[in-house]
Write a protein that binds this ligand. Structure first.
Ligand code: ATP
Ligand code: MG
Length: 564
């Protein structure tokens, strides 16, 4: 497997310095998902970065579930996250951790802060706390409970843990500075009461640490050296450091922020993706139109293509939007090398070859890959009746349309030259239902001994041996480059009504009926397709279109349609 050589970036520069100066002797990173949804391609960037650094510096990367919010977290998400990280090609070995593993240590850290007079139990309501917090231009005010004695705080905190108070009655806050220009330092809440069961600790706890408190301390407990997160946590760095500076920690991680991945025409937020799932706008987290790792896997994207994509976009300090076309390019580039070729007709038009002997059958030889001989060859059956793509025929061809038309000769890939002699229509609707053609038996294999040329080559499938299939064509889920901005909060206004098109009467060459793997293959001229892992059955094949080809025909077709 060719592994991308990871490009240098500012985090690598920092690590190089830290190792050179002896500040660290090894590198420890972590990927810290909150198990409240499925991973998306933005997470892939973080996974490739964290696991990639550990790999390249001979260090280690932990998988740590940041499971401090029991109301939104589920075991289903934990399992899906593990599957996705593994699929991407990374291994956390035995280092699978949960912030909830540290609940007792975190509780003791909180007690330590109380004893040092650096934390207090506040009994203001959530609304009051918000009002006291001030604004960006206005300092906050001290809570009337801020000066409770250490004894009273210890007593109340213990009773919070013991379950004596209802949700919201009290919180534990760090005593920092209500006038700090950095809002995250205005006495942030570090514990709240939540009388709900946790997916791992059950009913053992009814107070839960806040993310900011748990995160840095968990990093420290694990000996993480470089704690890499996205830019929205930049303002929280001071708080991250405050906890480490004010507690007796044994290891001192540093937080570094990088720009999160944004992709045009794509929503990358678990909250919003959850909405798409809950409102049944898509068919689950692994709908092939979703930017989730399970969705793009089902769509036929390879892990290698995703890793290459992540390497290509790099790691920067400033936010930007990556063109979705780059992602599509990465998958095409990968599949072009690895996908065997087949023939499949998506919108079939029946063709009868009148001078082909009745009842005759033959096998023709086809290449499984146009340039890589290691893919070998296969034989495909040919007969008197075949299917071609409906779009490959025009009764009244415009200029520049070189495919089949009345009186015109074209090549059938790996087979013969055929000439269209007649068009059969449904008398009621006028729809073309069949073409009548003749073939030239001298052109077997696709070349004329007299050297005459034809201007196009069509794919086809022999009717007697064709395998029926349903094919799902996917397009972008959104029509706006920035779906979150376009809908003014409601991205549904820019949903692409054409994002899924189901073709239920496709005809495929027989070899495609024997495929078992869900790895994508190419249907010549039509794109890359993979068996749908969820819905395909031997008696009802379902293929997903992974990507289109950048077939020059597509462009010419569009121009033709415009000109019509
Ligand atoms: P979302 O905003 O989608 O809900 P999140 O940041 O809340 O994502 P977490 O589970 O907390 O999701 O993320 C785990 C790790 O992945 C974090 O370190 C986070 O910074 C990183 N991450 C999340 N989204 C992206 C993204 N779009 N690009 C790069 N890294 C990301
Ligand atoms: Mg988060």
């Amino acid at each position: 497997m060719k592994e991308p050589v990871s490009s240098s970036n500012f985090i690598r520069d920092i690590i190089d310095e830290d190792l050179a100066s002896g500040k660290h002797t090894s590198v420890m990173t972590r990927f810290p998902p909150e198990p409240n949804g499925y991973l998306h391609i933005g997470h892939a960037k973080s996974i490739c970065l964290n696991f990639g650094l550990a790999r390249d510096y001979g260090g280690a990367c932990n998988l740590r579930f940041d499971d401090t919010n029991p109301t939104k977290e589920e075991v289903e998400y934990v399992e899906s996250i593990k599957e996705d990280v593994r699929w991407l090609g990374f291994d956390w070995e035995d280092r699978e951790y949960f912030a909830s593993d540290y609940f007792e240590s975190l509780y003791q850290f909180a007690v330590h802060l109380i004893k040092d007079g650096k934390a207090y139990v506040d009994s203001l309501s959530a609304d009051e706390i918000r009002a006291y917090r001030g604004t960006l231009t206005e300092a906050g005010r001290n809570s009337p409970y801020r000066d409770r004695s250490v004894e009273e705080n210890l007593d109340l905190f213990e009773r919070m843990r013991a379950g004596e108070f209802p949700d919201g009655a009290h919180v534990l806050r760090a005593k920092i500075d209500m006038a700090s220009p950095n809002m995250s330092l205005r006495d942030p809440t570090i514990y709240r009461i939540r009388k709900v069961a946790h997916h791992r600790t059950g009913d053992r706890w009814c107070i839960y640490p806040m993310y900011d408190f748990a995160h840095g301390l968990s990093d420290s407990i694990e000996g993480v050296t470089h704690s890499i997160c996205t830019l929205e946590f930049e303002n929280n760095r001071a708080l991250y450091d405050w906890f480490l500076d004010n507690l007796p920690v044994t290891s001192r991680p540093r937080q570094y922020e990088f720009a999160r991945l944004n992709i045009s025409y794509t929503v990358l937020s678990k909250r919003k993706l959850l909405k798409l799932v809950e409102e049944k706008i898509v068919d689950g987290w692994d709908d092939p139109r979703m930017p989730t790792l399970s969705g793009i896997r089902r769509r036929g994207y390879t892990a290698e293509a995703i890793r290459n994509f992540c390497d290509r976009i790099g790691v920067a300090k400033r936010d930007s939007v990556v063109d979705v076309a780059l992602l599509e390019y990465s998958i095409r580039e990968d599949l072009n090398d690895r996908a065997p070729r087949f023939m499949g007709v998506l919108n079939p038009l029946r063709v009868v070859i009148e001078n082909y002997p009745d009842g005759q059958q033959e096998e023709l030889e086809a290449l499984n890959h146009p340039t890589d001989e290691s893919f070998g060859k296969r034989s495909i059956p040919f007969g008197k009746v075949i299917y071609i793509e409906r779009d490959d025929f025009r009764e009244d061809p415009p200029k520049k349309f070189f495919r089949l038309a009345p009186g015109r000769e074209v090549r059938l890939r790996y087979a013969y030259f055929i000439t269209c002699t007649d068009v059969v229509k449904d008398p009621a609707t006028g729809e073309i239902v069949e073409l009548r053609c003749t073939y030239d038996p001298e052109t077997r294999g696709g070349n004329a001994p007299d050297g005459r040329k034809v201007k196009s080559t069509l794919h086809w499938v022999a009717a007697d041996h064709a395998v029926d299939a349903e094919v799902r064509l996917y397009d972008r889920l959104f029509t706006a480059p920035d779906p979150e901005a376009a809908g003014d909060g409601d991205f549904r206004v820019c949903l692409n009504p054409q994002s899924l098109q189901t073709l239920s009467a496709c005809k495929l060459e027989p070899a495609l009926g024997r495929i078992e793997s869900t790895t994508a293959v190419q249907f010549e001229r039509m794109g890359y397709f993979c068996l749908d892992a969820h819905d395909s059955r031997p008696e009802h094949l379902v293929f997903n279109r992974t990507a289109t080809l950048r077939d020059p025909w597509a462009k010419i077709d569009r121009q033709l349609k415009k000109g019509r």
